[in-house]
Ligand binder design. Structure first.
Ligand code: ZN
Length: 281
């Protein structure tokens, strides 16, 4: 008879077996460990060294209700031979600017892929090793960001001002590291869904065309396995259709500088400081 406890144990043994099979890949800790917040339910690292606060706060952006029809395409994880050059070709063809959130060690090794090709594009920081920053302490998170910042400066001549944390995972230490370096954080409101639309770039393009709103930030990847070809092949039709509907493609920084329908930042901070005033009544 299979008892409930026996079934649980069987499940556990299966998980341990899978973990053992993966041992040595360097992924075990991050796939199954307590330190992967969304899977393990653990806490992300704290912002526990206030001596590192340099700019008094970090803005986290995922969307901006722009008055103009703007959209920011973003590409993570490159530069790599598959498929960064092809994405750059498509963007050149469409004369569309984008933002590339680069992995420092990829840039260090493959800077030649993007040399003289970033003219209209923005470059952001996507960490050095694509580790889960939410699991690192402040020193670890800073090392990841600083090394990448320097590589971006050395190879592209740009000073990055935006961080996109790998997996979109944020912990206190990540936000604090960003603050200490004067970065803001850029997440996303839309994303390419290469699994859902495997082999069907037309459906992928249509999904984004149908759901786009002014001020959207779209996540895609210019590196990875063959699935990324869905995104690559969806791109020309998506860009053309959105341009036809009056959308203009901009970098994330330009999107963030553009007039928006929301309350201006000054009004928000004014009301926030007002709420901190001790009550006189
Ligand atoms: Zn990534």
């Amino acid at each position: 008879m299979v008892t409930r406890r026996g079934m649980l144990r069987g499940g556990l043994l299966t998980a341990v077996g899978a973990a053992t099979a993966l041992a040595g890949s360097g992924q075990v800790k991050h796939w199954f460990g307590w330190d992967r917040p969304p899977l393990g339910g653990g806490y992300a690292a704290a912002a526990d060294d206030l001596g590192a606060v340099a700019h008094g706060g970090v803005q986290i952006h995922y969307f901006r209700a722009t008055t103009e029809k703007l959209v920011a395409l973003t590409f993570d994880d490159g530069p790599l031979p598959e498929y960064t050059p092809q994405f750059l070709d498509v963007l050149d063809e469409a004369r569309a600017p984008a933002t590339f959130f680069m992995v420092g060690r990829h840039l260090e090794e493959h800077a030649g892929l993007v040399r003289h090709r970033l003219g209209r594009h923005e470059v952001g920081n996507h960490s050095w090793s694509h580790d889960d920053l939410a699991t690192l302490d402040l020193a670890g998170a800073r090392r990841e960001l600083e090394r990448t910042h320097e590589a971006i400066k050395r190879h592209t001549g740009r000073e990055a001002t935006l961080l996109r944390p790998p997996y979109g995972h944020l912990g206190g230490s990540t936000v604090l590291a960003a603050d200490s370096m004067g970065y803001d954080i850029a997440l996303w409101s839309h994303q390419m869904r290469e699994r859902r639309y495997a082999g069907d770039p037309t459906a992928q393009a249509q999904d984004l065309i149908d759901t786009m709103r002014p001020g959207s930030i779209v996540l895609a990847h210019d590196a990875g396995d063959k699935r990324r070809l869905v995104a690559l092949n969806a791109l020309p039709a998506m860009i053309a259709a959105l341009q036809e509907r009056g959308y203009r493609f901009v970098t994330v920084s330009e999107l963030l500088r553009s007039p928006s329908e929301g309350r201006p930042a000054e009004a928000r901070s004014a009301s926030f400081s007002a709420s901190l005033e001790p009550s006189s009544g």
